[in-house]
Design a protein around this ligand. Structure first.
Ligand code: S5P
Length: 267
């Protein structure tokens, strides 16, 4: 199948190389799964990525939760992502002024040198996106920002006029390839898709085949419902890395998300 066929209007409306790379990888692996590889040891993280890699469309990390992080070890994570052509997404949730964000994109972890995507809150104002883009330009790489327009956690404050302003700004900035939406509430997600339109992606955490409440205020909706409501990537952490058989779990999430995309597009 060709990406244009399954992604329909999203493919036509989005020609940013990063977005096209994601949609192509997802089509090839028949999966909309972005693994939240929330393991705290380098060897565990690498083993997980290598084992489930073929069922993924993207790889998401929290580099600062890795207790034994080394630059050399991280190069292996990047290589494992490259082997199956996955975008590597550092979920850093930047929130500072633009100039500091640019520095944070470098710093100890050198995020700009290996991440293709990062998350940012728009709470400090629109220059945060320019800060991220400037850091990628510093190292001669391309990258894209996913702005947090909604969150999956109980009691979060990303709603109403704030969420509207995030979407309005993100839709008009070339560096913003998409938004984080709430995968646990299909009706909220549908509303977000209406505000975003076709020209940006929506990636959704808070999805699990076992719907309900997770630990510490996390909430889960079903991956199929999230994709039908307008999600382009389901972000799955514990549903895969805490499963007894992560390889089988990753395949199940891939299948559920892919079938839902086919259903959505009528392909
Ligand atoms: O609203 C959000 C935004 C994000 S990016 N809620 C989230 O849970 N996330 C991230 O998605 C979170 O940081 C974690 O890495 C992942 C969800 O993990 P899970 O184990 O609950 O599937």
């Amino acid at each position: 199948m060709e990406p244009a066929e399954v992604w329909g209007e999203r493919w036509a409306a989005m020609n940013a190389p990063i977005a096209r790379q994601y949609m192509t990888a997802a089509t090839r692996s028949q999966s909309l799964v972005c693994l939240a590889a929330d393991r705290t040891k380098m060897s565990d993280l690498l083993a997980l990525v290598r084992s489930v890699g073929p069922s993924l469309a993207a790889l998401k990390t929290h580099v600062d939760v890795v207790e034994d992080w080394t630059k050399e070890g991280w190069a292996e994570v990047r290589a494992a992502a490259d082997e199956v052509d996955l975008l590597l997404f550092e979920d850093r949730k930047f929130a500072d002024i633009g100039g500091i964000t640019q520095k944070q994109m470098h710093g100890l972890y050198g995020v700009a040198e290996w991440a293709d995507l990062v998350t940012a809150h728009l709470i400090s104002g629109p220059d945060i996106v320019d800060g991220c883009m400037a850091a990628w330009a510093d190292v001669g790489r391309d990258g894209g920002v996913l702005l947090l327009a909604q969150m999956s956690s109980r009691g979060n404050l990303l709603a109403g006029p704030y969420s509207d302003a995030v979407v309005a700004h993100g839709r008009g900035h070339d560096g913003v390839v998409g938004f984080i939406g709430n995968g646990s509430r299909p009706e909220e997600l549908r509303d977000l898709r209406g505000r975003v339109g076709e020209g940006r992606m929506i990636w959704t955490p808070g999805v699990n085949l076992a719907v309900g409440d997770g630990a510490m205020g996390q909430r889960y909706g079903h991956p199929r419902e999230a994709v039908l409501a307008g999600s382009d990537a389901i972000i799955v952490g514990s549903g895969i890395h805490k499963a007894e058989d992560p390889v089988a779990a990753a395949k199940a999430y891939a299948e559920a998300s892919w079938q839902a995309l086919l259903e959505r597009s009528g392909a």
